[in-house]
Design a protein around this ligand. Structure first.
Ligand SMILES: NC(=O)c1ccc[n+]([C@@H]2O[C@H](COP(=O)([O-])OP(=O)(O)OC[C@H]3O[C@@H](n4cnc5c(N)ncnc54)[C@H](O)[C@@H]3O)[C@@H](O)[C@H]2O)c1
Ligand SMILES: O=CCCC(=O)O
Length: 501
């Protein structure tokens, strides 16, 4: 590492109080691997400034294989047989450690992801809550007893841990997307190999430092990192016969690649993929509440969440009122570096994300959308800052009605009838989240049952919670994370037949 890199790492050192959370290498079998046999490194940068914040080893495929073997050995030799109550205690300790370190963990997220400290702090609470929830579920993994057709036989089922789980996560929730998977896996007796995104690996490593402190056996939780071998590592994880399950959160494009690759050994899969959420406001809704909830939903993480409203449908009669209220509230945002106190919204993760927002905005305007709030890049603040944009009268053929923007573009479409809006909302290959606002209970139920989505949120724009099943249908994937259902994804049902009683 040259002196410039050392100096820039000081930036991270100066901002984080608990230095034990700043890790410089992968975490395999309870050991920190600070240099790779590849002799290669990769850089982690603050997306708000482009400044280097860490230099990490770029693992070789050999080192990835080593992590997989260690996770398998730990699973076979001890972890699968640990007592549920013991796993519960480790998970609860980890929850407590996350909360004890909440300020530092939030700063790490902000530094590597760019979201505001308020967003990062909520993420840490949300991420930690999965360990709390699954510490409570670990001792409650039940089977069933069944009377089969032969009267003298008895059948019962048990749920067993599926085995080593690969966990591949995106950059938009550098902590919560890992804990949502790892908490359930560790609760059921599975071991994990986590591969964070190369842009946000520091939160995963900080989490590993706390896993170590919480007392989990070496090899139960492993973190592999790379800045250059993403697809090769993906193939390795999919094709490894030691890995019994892959849980992925990310784009539908990559989800399809992983699914194809995993067919070689019929791996169990959970895929949490892209979304294109409709946010539907009927004229009998509480308009101010709908606007406030839209703001929370649409601009959380500056629009970079998979459950963000992507298309806003407002019934014609209330359009003007809705739009003027929304404009006033969004104009009050303070965009800036996520670490600054006054910042309400940070920056985007990278320039490609910014370019996609610009592309969707320009396309909609060219096709006739009306500009309510101009938005656009804010280069004086930094390379990835973007002022939110609101468009109304967006036409049906705009790109944004088909593609997920993943940024602070708020396109408003209008509708007149319920049938019309159901048809428009479902006209997408995605089916993750949907939102409905109405005071009429019949409207709410009719919509909730008609919308093709894994999750329908009624009269609220924020629903994510470790107690709640999270997941999609159609090309948004399958599997459910969080809640009682999350256990199913990491266990297999074994049927035990007992004959001739
Ligand atoms: N459904 C959900 O719960 C959920 C949550 C967050 C994000 N997302 C989706 O993720 C997308 C945004 O994230 P992104 O752009 O980083 O997605 P992405 O699919 O490009 O990347 C996600 C992760 O997969 C890795 N990856 C990329 N190519 C790979 C390959 N060939 N093999 C193995 N790993 C590979 C990346 O390094 C990253 O860690 C959006 O579509 C969003 O909706 C979905
Ligand atoms: O971006 C996807 C996850 C968002 C959430 O869990 O609320």
């Amino acid at each position: 590492m040259d002196s410039k890199e050392q100096e820039q790492n000081q930036y991270l050192m100066a901002n984080i109080h608990n230095k034990e959370l700043i890790k410089k290498g992968a975490f395999i079998n309870g050991e920190w691997l600070e240099t790779s046999e590849s002799n290669r490194t990769f850089a982690v940068k603050d997306p708000a400034t482009g400044e280097l914040i860490a230099t990490l080893p770029d693992l070789s495929l050999n080192e990835v294989d080593h992590a997989i073997r260690c996770a398998d050995k730990t699973f076979q030799d001890n972890y699968k047989n640990t007592l549920p109550r013991q796993r519960s205690q480790w998970l609860l300790k980890l929850y407590e450690l996350m909360l004890e370190n909440i300020e530092d963990l939030a700063k790490i997220i902000t530094l590597e992801n760019g979201k505001s400290l308020a967003d990062s702090t909520s993420e840490v609470k949300y991420a930690a809550s999965y360990f709390q929830w699954y510490s409570e579920e670990a001792p409650r993994i039940y089977g069933a007893t069944i009377q089969p057709s032969i009267s003298t036989n008895r059948v019962f089922t048990i749920r067993q841990p599926v085995g080593v789980c690969a966990v591949i996560c995106p950059w938009n929730f550098p902590s919560a997307m890992i804990t949502r998977k790892a908490a359930a896996a560790l609760a059921t007796g599975c071991t994990v190999v986590v591969k964070p995104d190369h842009e946000t690996p520091l939160s995963a490593l900080a989490l590993a430092a706390l896993v170590e402190k919480a007392g989990f056996p070496p090899g139960a939780f492993n973190v592999i990192i790379s800045g250059t071998r993403t697809s090769e590592i993906g193939t390795r994880l999919c094709e490894s016969s030691l890995i019994k399950k892959l849980s992925f959160t990310g784009s539908t494009r990559v989800g399809k690649i992983l699914m194809k690759q995993s067919s070689s050994n019929i791996k169990k899969l959970s895929l949490e993929l892209g979304g294109n959420a409709p946010f539907i406001v009927f004229e009998d809704a509480d308009v101010e509440k709908a606007v406030d909830q839209l703001i929370l939903c649409k601009f959380r993480g500056l629009g970079q969440t998979c459950v963000c409203a992507n298309r806003v449908y407002v019934q014609t009669k209330i359009l003007d009122n809705f739009v003027s209220m929304l404009k006033e509230k969004v104009s009050a945002f303070k965009i800036g570096h996520g670490l600054l106190k006054e910042t309400t919204h940070g920056c985007l993760i990278n320039k490609q994300t910014l370019e996609k927002v610009e592309k969707h905005k320009k396309d909609a305007i060219e096709k006739g959308a009306k500009v309510i709030l101009g938005g656009g890049p804010l280069p004086d603040l930094g390379p990835t800052f973007y002022e939110p944009c609101i468009l109304s009268n967006v036409p049906k053929n705009a790109l944004v009605s088909k593609e997920e923007t993943f940024g602070p573009l708020c396109p408003i479409f209008t509708f007149d009838t319920m049938q019309e809006v159901i048809k428009a909302a479902n006209d997408t290959e995605f089916g993750l989240a949907s939102y409905v606002f109405s005071k009429n209970i019949n409207t709410v139920f009719k919509m909730a049952e008609s919308l093709e989505a894994g999750m329908v949120s009624c009269n609220t724009g924020i629903f994510s919670d470790s107690a709640v099943p999270f997941g999609g249908i159609k090309e948004s994937g399958f599997g459910r994370e969080g809640s009682l259902y999350g256990i199913e994804d990491y266990t297999v049902v074994k049927t035990i037949n007992v004959g001739t009683l």
